[in-house]
Design a binder for this molecule. Structure first.
Ligand code: FAD
Ligand code: NAI
Length: 461
């Protein structure tokens, strides 16, 4: 029997590795078990990082091809896809190796292999049993699949295959107008594919503010993305010339077939807990397979769960917040997560970012609110950059003026949302942002002007 750890963490993604590092910082004896052969989880290996690398590269490619001329730059542009993919891989491996370095620095043991919980303080990895006072499950999520659509990661791909295509498809059909569908659809459209998106609901981006959904739909249509809204895919068949995708109206109705060379299945993700031995130790899951938790505690003593395998937004920074909180709670500190202030970003062009409540949620909850909005068209930096699409909207309580939400669409909003998140964390009023000096000319002045517009004194429109 090996030595007893304070904490054994199963999974080396943003939940697992951040929990391990924080536990190490707090002086706990900790090990992280990871089965995929590299640290970083979905996020670093096949998620956030490779997708952002390709989004950046493809955005540069499209800008060089289409936008440089307007700025007085003549460029002749050619796509070198193998180098683009190699550059993405280099970024991924540098970052995953960086985590191994951080583990050493914080005295975290890295155990390679798949873990199975065999008792309330024991985990078996490749025939060896490890013992701990606490176990943290951070095993993440996997791609949700559709009946009659068999993913081969070559022609019918999940996000993983879509991050590694060896050539640009002529026609790509995306199933699902959510975050992955729009981000990876954007990558391949920019590189030359015709992209069509079939979405079950009557609108794109479920859960986002309605005004953002409408503006984003207009923006993607302008980029020649075709939407088939209110339709579902019932099957994909391989034909001599490629793929034939059968669809029908979501409510049922006349079928319609769509041809494609590559189909991307992006209909969501489901918790991954295969082979973990949850039943054997009394860890309960809900109907959809998410581990049930009460402030990170599972139904079994001293077993905790965080990240994508639990309910809540499937986001790397949500997993990271929970990771830090659990490590602190195990160390006897007051770890906590503010679920009201978890930003969400979609890294399309323009970007989309949100934090807090949508107008629809406020209306449904009967919370009185006021709204301020400012278009990037009236922002001088956006004008200078030729990036005038979009707006910033700030929602504040009608009586107290506390900021309740912010919704942005435009170039660079992924960075600008942090200002509002910080303000909300401090329970700021919209007037606090409106009276904060912002550097000129910056796109973040649009945030200030939107905050001013809450009390209808925006001065630049
Ligand atoms: P994961 O990152 O999934 O890590 C879990 C790890 O546990 C995996 O490495 C797995 O191999 C390992 N594991 C599972 N079972 C065992 C076992 N029994 N033993 C040992 N190891 C095991 N989120 C964002 O916030 N921003 C983004 O831009 C973003 N982009 C994304 C793009 C794509 C294409 C995808 C697919 C996801 C993206 N996400 C993004 C979501 C993000 O990747 C996840 O929310 C995040 O990775 C969840 O972290 P986690 O630690 O809970 O799980
Ligand atoms: P998603 O939940 O964002 O979108 C799935 C979409 O598919 C929804 O619009 C849904 O209505 C639709 N859909 C479901 N079944 C369908 C069917 N049969 N036919 C047609 N449409 C159907 O899921 P997605 O895009 O797969 O992403 C998974 C997770 O990964 C998300 O929870 C997201 O948070 C995370 N992610 C985050 C990113 C970011 O933060 N930038 C980037 C990529 C992923």
């Amino acid at each position: 029997m090996s030595e007893v750890y304070d904490v054994l963490i199963i999974g080396g993604g943003p939940g697992g590795y951040n929990c391990a590092i924080r536990a190490g910082q707090l002086g706990l004896k900790v090990a992280c078990i990871e089965g995929r052969g590299a640290l970083g989880g979905t996020c670093l290996n096949v998620g956030c990082i490779p997708s952002k690398a390709l989004l950046h590269a493809s955005e540069m490619y499209e800008a060089a091809e289409k936008d440089f001329a307007d700025l007085g730059i003549k460029a002749s542009v050619e796509l070198d896809l193998p180098t683009m993919m190699e550059s993405k891989e280099k970024t991924v491996s540098a970052l995953t190796q960086g985590i191994a370095f951080l583990f050493k620095k914080n005295k975290v043991d890295y155990i390679q292999g798949f873990g199975k919980i065999t008792g309330n303080g024991t985990v078996e990895v490749e025939g060896k049993t490890y013992t701990a006072k606490h176990i943290v499950i951070a095993t993440g999520s996997e791609v949700a699949t559709l009946p009659n659509v068999d993913i081969d990661e070559k022609k019918i791909v999940s996000s993983t295959g879509a991050l590694a295509l060896s050539e640009v498809p002529k026609k790509m059909l995306v199933i699902g107008a959510g975050v992955i569908g729009l981000e990876l659809g954007s990558v391949w459209r920019r590189l030359g594919a015709e992209v069509a998106v079939v979405e079950y609901l009557p609108h794109i981006l479920p859960g986002m503010d309605g005004e953002i959904q409408k503006q984003a739909t207009r923006m993607f249509k302008k980029q020649k993305v075709k939407f088939e809204l209110g339709r579902k895919v019932t099957g994909v068949e391989k034909t001599k010339s490629g793929l034939s995708v059968t669809t029908e109206a979501s409510a049922g109705g006349k079928p319609k077939d769509i041809d494609a060379d590559v189909v991307l299945v992006a209909i969501g993700r489901r918790p991954y807990t295969n082979g973990l031995g949850l039943d054997g130790v009394g860890v309960k899951t809900d109907k959809r397979g998410f581990i049930e938790t009460n402030y990170f505690k599972t139904s079994a003593a001293n077993i905790w769960a965080i990240g994508d395998c639990t309910t809540g937004p499937m986001l790397a920074h949500k997993a990271e917040e929970e990771a830090v909180a659990v490590a602190e709670l195990i160390a006897g500190k007051a770890g906590h997560v503010n679920y009201d202030v978890i930003p969400g970003v979609i890294y399309t062009s323009p970007e989309i970012a949100c934090v807090g409540k949508t107008e629809e949620e406020l209306k449904e909850a009967g919370i009185p609110y006021k709204s301020g909005k400012f278009p990037f068209m009236a922002n001088s930096r956006a004008r200078a950059n030729h990036e005038t699409d979009g707006f910033v909207k700030i929602l504040a309580h009608a009586e107290t003026d506390e900021i309740l939400g912010a919704h942005m669409i435009g170039a660079g909003v992924s960075e600008m949302i942090a200002e509002v998140a910080l303000a909300m964390e401090f329970k700021a009023a919209s007037e606090d942002i409106a009276r904060t000096c912002h550097a000129h000319p910056t796109c973040s002045e649009a945030v200030r002007q939107a905050a001013m517009d809450v009390e209808k004194w925006a001065m630049q429109m």
